[in-house]
Design a protein around this ligand. Structure first.
Ligand code: PMP
Length: 334
């Protein structure tokens, strides 16, 4: 018998394209490929962990048919959960932080999510966080299940079982560098583990916003003495160490700032007409800022992970490219 999971995973989630990027390869004198995750069902990489976490909960009978999947999300995991819930006959309650883009909120509402906007996503110890509020909601509703991507082992497993093997096959095992933004840590930990099991020399590099603490943790295995707010690059950065982040499979984390990320996104759009997502632009910005340290060889195969699409961030990244219609008040008079 074909399980619903198999139909979804093979048809709509995973098996995304890996494309050679001529513009970046020429610019940085190496072979740069982009793993385009906006081809998934909910148009982001987070459909993968969403599906794994939900199937696991269903298999372990943690939720009954018609029950409510609950998640704390910067938007993408929430959208994946909402769309999959609809297909499998469940409901979705999503707690998003106020930094979530207007476009993602609209998509969540249109997909049928019941959403609540919270002050921050600072983790379970903060009463105003998406995580705390999601956990409280789930504990008060008998047929609700909190997927808890920050601590759910299925988050890493989804990328270990699907994203990592796809990239390995698509590069014919030639990959030398994997570079991805880090939020919950699921992507880099799962892909990193898979790739390093194939070849320990593959460089696994994370990208986080300035002020985030994951890079410090990778380097020192301790928390920094002071924790400051990190730059608001949607989807990446943390001020606690999630259980779904496994520093053992990450070689280094580079920091980029928000302004530089926005600049790179706009520049790339103006040059190519392609709108990349916010955290994808952060990955590109890291090349601009650290190319000397990255020291790519012309024969290297570098895979950049693009978790979603720029259409989700028009209001944040590309708004000054929008031409306003002429009205009597802004028309130039000669
Ligand atoms: N980029 C975007 C746009 C995301 O939504 C996320 C997930 N929060 C990430 C990057 C980081 O991925 P991960 O949670 O697997 O570290």
């Amino acid at each position: 018998m074909i399980k619903k999971h198999d139909i979804l995973i093979s048809k709509f989630i995973g098996n995304t394209p890996l494309r050679h990027c001529d513009a970046l390869s020429t610019r940085y004198h190496t072979n740069i490929f982009i793993k385009e995750e906006f081809h998934n069902l909910g148009m982001s990489a987070k459909d993968r962990p969403a599906l794994f976490m939900m199937e696991d909960a269903i298999a372990r009978k943690k939720i009954k048919p018609g029950g409510i999947f609950v998640e704390a999300s910067s938007g993408n995991t929430g959208l994946g959960i909402t769309l999959i819930a609809k297909k499998l006959g469940y409901l979705a309650k999503i707690f998003v932080s106020q930094s979530c883009s207007k476009e993602k909120i609209d998509l969540l509402i249109k997909a049928g999510a019941d959403i609540e906007i919270c002050e921050n996503s600072n983790g379970l110890h903060d009463f105003n966080s998406t995580q705390f509020r999601a956990q409280s909601f789930a504990s008060m509703h008998p047929n609700a299940y909190f997927t808890n991507q920050y601590y759910n082992t299925q988050n890493i497993r989804a990328h270990y079982k699907t994203t990592g093997p796809e990239i390995w096959e698509q590069t014919d095992g030639d990959i030398t560098h994997f570079i991805a933004g880090v939020g919950t840590g699921g992507t880099i930990s799962g892909v990193g583990r898979f790739l390093k099991e194939q070849h320990t020399d593959i460089n696994v590099w994370g990208i986080e916003p300035s002020g985030s603490i994951l890079g410090h943790f990778v380097k020192h295995r301790t928390l920094p003495t002071s924790i400051v707010p990190f730059d608001p690059i949607e989807g990446i950065g943390r001020n606690f160490i999630p259980g779904s982040f496994d520093a053992d499979y990450v070689d280094h984390i580079f920091q980029v700032n928000c302004q530089e990320t926005k600049r790179v996104a706009k520049e790339y759009y103006n040059q190519t007409g392609i709108r990349v997502g916010f955290s994808s632009a952060a990955v590109m910005a890291s090349l601009d800022s650290y190319i000397d340290r990255m020291d790519f060889a012309p024969t290297d195969t570098v895979v950049l992970f693009f978790p979603d699409h720029g259409d989700r961030y028009i209001s944040k990244l590309y708004n000054d490219n929008i031409r306003r219609p002429h009205t009597s008040s802004n028309m130039t008079t000669f």
